[in-house]
Design a protein. Structure first.
Ligand code: SF4
Ligand code: FES
Length: 391
């Protein structure tokens, strides 16, 4: 980047300190959309970014420096598959020098031990590995990658042998929900510190595959009971985080901890988003780190200010006692299901769309699963044309 944006130039010292106090905690850096797997539950946008548009090494390193200067604490290096970037080492080094806690979110199927050791030397702090299933055949079917499970187990063992903290990510859907207890056992056996039981969230590719993936209400409740019992049993051994499917909720999740409140996402091409699915809201335009300072985008960009706070809300959120707790739920889900991002998230029982959304989920889950639309460039064009009608 020729003209590197500099954080902290928006005002004087006092203002800079105040801005840093309000800085996001976390930054998700989607280094690339390239990926050796083709998971149908992927939350990446259907329109995948081509390699020629990806930020350069220096542009990503500048992002890391700016993030450190503005007080961001953690960077999650994600994708696609972040190890597909040959310059991952430079980016990790820049993150470490900027004082950021770095987490590599990887499918791990192409990672070599010497590369992982080098990344650790350069400052990598944490590794998160996704397992498509605990059954190798199920994992191959979901990820469309032969031999994935064996390779992932091998890499997970390297991570703990090297003394790096390990998180296992378990993306849950109707094809593997019965294996939640085995995910827990596997995580303990591998010495993971944390397990994410992450029920698929239906944005991006996952939205196209909802009828292929959504579990029944009863299966969902059983998985929640299983996790709650394991949390009790494994206190001090394994931390288990759980994201439940919105479609069966009565109250929405405070998505991203509130829009523009604690998190930012940078796409492979440098667009800065308040959440990974924000591009699904057509009225928003996103600034790019190639054109504008990260701090300026965070503080002043139209996209970040669009749904900050509560002024933008419509009823029933506007006069609801929970509006400062859940921020009206998820804007992208309101967009996907009602075609208006200002509507209450239909996951909320007070939304006029709620009952229809629950019925839709239960009806889809009761039918045989549809075929997967695998996440790959060939399917992207067809998938874009087959968008579902709003409720
Ligand atoms: Fe949350 Fe809005 Fe539902 Fe109230 S009406 S619980 S603020 S989503
Ligand atoms: Fe965008 Fe929830 S995913 S606000």
């Amino acid at each position: 980047m020729d003209d590197e944006p500099t954080a902290g130039v928006v005002g004087g010292e006092d203002e800079a300190a105040e801005l840093c106090a309000r800085a996001p905690v976390g930054l998700l850096a989607e280094l690339t959309h390239r990926c050796p797997l083709q998971c149908p539950y992927c939350s990446n946008p259907v329109e995948l970014e081509g390699v020629k548009n990806e930020l350069s090494t220096e542009e990503w390193c500048s992002v890391m420096r700016q993030a450190g200067e503005m007080g961001i604490l953690q960077v999650h290096l994600s994708g696609g598959e972040p190890t597909a970037r040959k310059d991952l080492e430079d980016i990790v080094k820049a993150a470490s020098e900027a004082g950021l806690y770095s987490n590599l979110i990887t499918a791990a199927v192409t990672l070599k031990r010497d590369r992982l050791e080098n990344l650790q030397k350069l400052g990598l702090d944490h590794v998160q590995i996704s397992f498509q299933d605990v059954d190798p055949e199920g994992a191959e079917k979901i990820g469309a990658y032969p031999g994935a499970t064996q390779k992932k187990l091998e890499v997970a063992r390297w991570v703990t042998e090297m003394g790096l903290p390990l998180t296992i990510n378990a993306p849950i859907h109707r094809h593997n929900i019965h294996n939640v207890p085995r995910y827990i056992d596997m995580s303990v056996e591998l010495g993971a510190q944390r397990l994410e039981i992450a029920h698929a969230q239906y944005y991006g590719w996952a939205f196209l595959n909802r009828a292929a993936l959504i579990p029944t209400y009863e299966e969902t409740l059983a998985s929640i009971d299983c996790v709650e019992a394991a949390r009790e049993r494994l206190k001090g051994v394994l931390t288990i985080d759980m994201v439940v499917p919105d479609y069966y909720a009565k109250r929405p999740k405070p998505c991203m901890g509130g829009w523009g409140k604690g998190f930012m996402n940078i796409t492979p091409a440098g667009k800065v988003l308040p959440c990974h699915a924000a591009e699904s809201i057509p009225e928003l335009a996103f600034d790019n780190v190639r054109d504008r300072k990260l701090l300026d985008i965070w503080m002043n960009s139209d996209a970040f200010n669009a749904f900050r706070g509560t002024d933008w809300m419509k009823e029933p959120c506007r006069s609801c006692a929970f509006k400062d707790i859940d921020y009206g739920g998820c804007r992208c889900q309101a967009m996907a299901m009602t075609k208006d991002p200002r509507n209450t998230d239909p996951a909320c029982a007070l939304s006029p769309y709620h009952n229809e959304m629950v019925k839709l989920a239960k009806d889809e889950a009761a039918k045989p699963a549809t075929a997967f639309v695998y996440r790959n460039p060939r399917n992207a064009a067809a998938a874009l044309k087959s968008k579902e009608e709003p409720l």
